[in-house]
Every structure is written in structure tokens, then in C-alpha cells.
Design a protein around this ligand. Structure first.
Ligand SMILES: Cc1cc2nc3c(=O)[nH]c(=O)nc-3n(C[C@H](O)[C@H](O)[C@H](O)COP(=O)(O)OP(=O)(O)OC[C@H]3O[C@@H](n4cnc5c(N)ncnc54)[C@H](O)[C@@H]3O)c2cc1C
Length: 472
């Protein structure tokens, strides 16, 4: 490496290079990520806050030549893998432009944008882009691992809407990848995208939003002592065979604003008349002898997309775990078993856990998600009926609180193991190596390895399926 570390890289960038020598700026860059606990653990060499594609190429070439590991993050910065020890973090936070072609129904999304940036532009044209369910998560991080949103039952995972990628390769070349130009790389990008290059722009197909962008949603809540009864009714309701894909019903354990444990059904009903959507919500609200509080109403889609944002603020200590589960809806013992596990687990949350940011969430991810041919993309999460996630946050930078939080999240996933169909790449947490082996089926992994050998043989991009040595 050169004598004055990074001098030539700093000079070559139009954006900003922040090194450990820039003490305050470096500390600020390090603590920008969503998860405070993980921010404190990773100590990169530098942050390259790039201004555009050329800065990315320059940084990739510099790091490859000097054998410096690379990490990548966008404005979202929610993932544990957006920073790494002794790496240069290529930070795309300034690359957040989104433009929409309403005629072609396409969005052109710069890779640093978050979900909110995307919704803000698409809603102008009454079009919808499937993104994650929290608007401050990055579009890129969500999309590169598959991407499941509030309306994935209807619209599928994000990867099914992607038309093309512009990306920087390990060799520092700028390429555009689509089905015609490179079908194998296009396949790999749609499910394990962070492994093969740095995306600079996504081109994504949009859909018309019915009802002028209005959706019936917001939680219907019961006190936690009704959870067994209500969740059993909800499991029966989602197991019905006659449902439209435009109806999604989530189930959540959370706290009310006054800090009491509650459970809730969150309806997401698109394209129905107000009377029909309300009738469905009336039926849901009758569960458990009647809901305690009803918030369900007509919401603009953008309001729904931002509804969870304040529950999971930045710079907070978090642990989360998730898994896809499935069961035969006619199997009453399976239903009872899932309900019993969930209700008991909620009652066992750590006593110090944040009331704002502690949940167990069951998201419906069947219908359109499962319909695509599993071999059409590398995304491996198509067999779940529910995506079950457990998330908690602890107040102090305290090892025992961290350990207890980690244990609580992990135990839920373990207790549901009988119903696992696969893990989700985007849920992979550090220190959970074994989980990675469950993400991709063997034939997918074999194909991914062959692709990796072709496009990035020296493993310049270490995330995705290569997050752990366990996969080698
Ligand atoms: C609060 C919260 C809510 C979530 N909700 C959902 C949800 O509804 N649906 C869902 O599917 N997932 C969800 N997730 C999981 C989420 O998909 C992953 O945590 C994801 O990695 C976060 O993306 P990000 O862009 O915010 O993170 P970042 O840290 O910015 O990026 C994530 C990873 O993607 C890679 N990466 C980022 N940008 C690029 C790029 N341009 N090119 C190549 N690689 C890149 C990097 O390896 C990076 O480590 C949620 C996570 C959290 C914490």
C-alpha cells in the first residue's frame, strides 16, 4: 500500500473519503447505521461516501489492487454486513435519485435510495413499487436478497419486478444486466445480488395502484390475554382457500402506546370497495369476542409504508431473527402448536426489552411469492406461508442484555423448527453461521458457486451467500 494511506484514493474521488484520522467524521459515519450494537462492533478502515458510479469504480479498483476488503451500504444501512472490520465501506447514501417513466411503468432507482424515496416518486403517478415494509430500510438491501413487502402476496417479492441492474463488477467494469444480456447473472442477482457486484441502478416494473392509492389497513388490537383465541381464529382465516391475493392479513404481538402487551391483526386490503373492505375488517374485529381497539381505516399507500418507521428508530441496539414457516391449514394440531409457541414466547420476552421496538410479527408471504418457478430466480424463500420474525431492542450497552435478547429471538425460531421451510438471507445475523446453510437449497448453492467463480473468483464481494465460511 502507498505510504500515506488512502491519499491517492481521496484525491481521485469526487465524493468524500473519511478515514480513521478524521476522528469526528469517522465516528459519525460509523454510528450512522441502524443497529447501534453492530455499529459499535465493526471498525472499518474508511468510508468512501461516493458521488456516483465513477467513484464506485475508483474505490473498487483501489481496494482490489491493495487487497482491502470492501463493504457496501446505502442510505438504509440496516444490515449487519454494511460495515466490516478493516474494510473500506462504499457508502451510497448520496445516490438516492428515483425517476419514474409513467408510460412504461418503470422506476429507475439509484442504489442508495430507501423505500421511502421510491414510494415518494411512484405515488405521484399512482403507481406502486414493491419495497420493504419499513420505509427507512434501503431499497437495495431489501431487493438484493429477495425483498418482501406488505403486498407481496399480491405483487410477489421485489426480485420478480426487476427488469435490469446497472452494476460495477469485481474487475471495476460498469455493466447492465438483464434477462437477455446475461441470463445466469440476472438469475443470481435476483436473490443473492450482493455477491456479484455493486448495483448502481435498479430498473423496476411498477403496477397500477387501485382505488387512487388508498388501501384499508392499520391494526385491530386485543389485550394479550386474548392472543390464543384471536391468533387461532386468524390462522383459520388465512388458511381459507377462497382468498384474493389482494387481501393480506398480518399478525403481531407488540405493546400499546401505554406500554401494555397486546396482539393485533393488521389487514392490508387493496382494490375492494370501501364497504367490502370494511366488512372483512368487521369479521376480523369480531375475533376473541370483539377487538379492544380498532384503527383500521382508509390509508394512502405511502402512509401505510411509513407506519412502522417510528417503532424501529436508528442508532438503537437490536437483535432480530426470522424464518419462513408453513403447515397444512387443515391440521388443527399444527395450528394449535404454532399458536401455543407464539403466545408463550411473547409472555417470556426479556423484562428490560423496549416496549416500542419489541415484536413478534407473522407476515403472509404466500400466493404470488410462491407462484413463480423456483428456478427462475436465486431467491429461495418461495415456500413459506408466513415469514415469522422476532425483533427486540435493549436499552444499555450491556453484554447480558444483548445475550438475553439474542437468546429470546433465537428461541422462537428454534421452537418453530417443525414448521421451517427455509431461512431468509435478509434476516441473517452475525454469529448465526448455521443459518446460512439453510438459506439456499443445494442445487441453487451449486449454481451460485459456479456463477461466483466466473464473475468474482477472488471474492471481492463477500456478502450474500458468502457471508460465512460455512458455505464453502
Ligand atoms: C427494521 C427492518 C425492517 C425490515 N423489513 C423488511 C421487509 O419488510 N422486507 C424484507 O424483505 N426485508 C426486511 N428487512 C431485512 C432487510 O431486507 C435487510 O436487513 C437488508 O439487508 C437491509 O437493507 P439496507 O439497504 O437497509 O441495508 P444496507 O446495510 O445499506 O445494505 C444491506 C446489504 O446489502 C448489500 N448492498 C447494499 N447496497 C448494495 C448495492 N448497491 N450493491 C450491492 N450490494 C449492496 C450490502 O452487502 C449490505 O451489507 C428489514 C430489516 C430491518 C432492520
Amino acid at each position: 500500500m502507498e505510504e500515506s494511506p488512502f491519499a491517492s484514493l481521496k484525491a481521485a474521488l469526487r465524493g468524500t473519503l473519511i478515514t480513521r484520522e478524521d476522528e469526528d467524521a469517522f465516528t459519525a459515519a460509523r454510528s450512522r447505521g441502524w443497529n447501534r450494537d453492530l455499529n459499535l462492533r465493526a471498525n472499518p478502515l474508511a468510508f468512501a461516501v461516493v458521488s456516483g458510479v465513477r467513484d464506485i469504480v475508483t474505490t473498487v479498483n483501489y481496494c482490489r489492487s491493495n487487497k482491502i476488503p470492501i463493504a457496501v451500504r446505502g442510505k438504509g444501512a440496516h444490515s449487519p454486513y454494511g460495515m466490516a472490520n478493516n474494510a473500506v465501506v462504499i457508502d451510497l447514501m448520496k445516490m438516492t435519485a428515483v425517476s419514474v417513466d409513467p408510460e412504461k411503468k418503470l422506476a429507475y432507482i439509484q442504489a442508495g435510495a430507501d423505500g421511502g424515496d421510491v414510494d415518494h416518486e411512484t405515488a405521484l403517478h399512482n403507481l406502486i413499487c414493491i419495497t420493504g415494509s419499513v420505509s427507512h430500510t434501503g431499497f437495495a438491501g431489501v431487493a438484493l436478497g429477495g425483498g418482501l413487502g406488505h403486498l407481496s402476496r399480491w405483487l410477489g417479492p421485489v426480485v420478480d419486478s426487476i427488469v435490469s441492474y446497472e452494476m460495477v463488477t469485481a474487475a471495476g467494469e460498469v455493466i447492465r444486466v438483464d434477462e437477455a444480456s446475461d441470463p445466469e447473472l440476472f438469475w443470481g442477482m435476483r436473490g443473492n445480488g450482493a455477491s456479484f457486484g455493486i448495483v448502481t441502478e435498479f430498473v423496476v416494473r411498477l403496477r397500477d395502484m387501485p382505488n387512487g392509492g388508498i388501501i384499508r389497513s392499520a391494526p385491530i388490537l386485543w389485550a394479550a390475554d386474548k392472543a390464543k383465541e384471536v391468533m387461532t381464529s386468524w390462522m383459520g382465516r388465512i388458511g381459507r382457500g377462497d382468498r384474493k391475493e389482494t387481501e393480506t392479513l398480518q399478525f403481531v404481538f407488540m405493546h400499546s402506546p401505554d406500554g401494555l402487551p397486546v396482539c393485533g391483526v393488521v389487514p392490508l386490503i387493496v382494490g375492494e370497495t370501501e364497504a367490502a373492505a370494511k366488512a372483512t375488517c368487521d369479521e376480523l374485529a369480531s375475533f376473541g369476542g370483539g377487538a379492544q381497539v380498532r384503527h383500521d381505516t382508509q390509508l394512502p399507500y405511502t402512509a401505510l409504508q411509513a407506519a412502522l418507521d417510528t417503532l424501529v428508530p436508528f442508532n438503537t441496539n437490536y437483535w432480530d431473527k426470522g424464518v419462513f414457516i408453513n403447515w397444512d391449514p387443515r391440521d388443527t394440531s399444527a395450528v394449535n402448536s404454532i399458536v401455543d409457541v407464539a403466545v408463550k414466547h411473547w409472555s417470556e420476552k426479556p423484562e428490560f426489552a423496549s416496549k416500542l421496538s419489541t415484536f413478534i410479527l407473522f407476515m403472509e408471504v404466500d400466493a404470488a411469492v410462491g407462484r413463480a418457478d423456483p428456478a427462475s430466480t436465486s431467491f429461495a424463500g418461495r415456500k413459506g406461508r408466513l415469514w415469522c420474525s422476532c425483533i427486540t431492542s435493549w436499552p444499555d450497552d450491556d453484554a447480558s442484555q444483548r445475550a438475553a435478547s439474542k437468546r429470546w429471538c433465537g428461541e422462537l425460531v428454534a421452537k418453530l423448527s417443525r414448521f421451517h421451510v427455509t431461512s431468509y438471507l435478509n434476516n441473517a445475523m452475525p454469529e448465526s453461521e448455521a443459518e446460512m446453510l439453510e438459506v439456499f437449497p443445494q442445487d441453487t448453492m451449486k449454481r451460485l458457486r459456479a456463477l461466483k467463480e466466473k464473475v468474482d473468483p477472488n471474492n471481492v464481494f463477500k456478502t450474500g451467500a458468502w457471508q460465512y465460511e460455512a458455505n464453502k
